[in-house]
Ligand binder design. Sequence first.
Ligand code: MG
Length: 119
Amino acid sequence: MKKILVVEDEEDILNLVKIILEINNYDVIVAHDGYQGLEQIKENPDLIILDIMMPGMTGWEFLDKIRQDGFDIPVIVLTANAQMSTLETAIDKKVDDCIVKPFDREDLMEKVSTILNKN
Ligand SMILES: [Mg+2]
């Protein structure tokens, strides 16, 4: 079973993403912020779904940190901010895909399975 780490500070969204993934037979581990995410990454997830706007450590800071630490795990960015600057940063940082909140469940599952089936 493929394992997915979801890093998201909003409890409702975190739970929603977790339930959708679990219904689709993925093993899900969660983190409420970037610091917990850095702990959970030791569980070797196959994919990370990452919120950008989080207190303490932003999603971009988390991403920079894990790449510096040598983790080459695919990342889908989950963002409420669909502005050009966010999308440009996503391209710049070579994330695998972006999902804009409020997200569509089918869109989420399609992006997740596309990335995981590549590996
Ligand atoms: Mg957030």
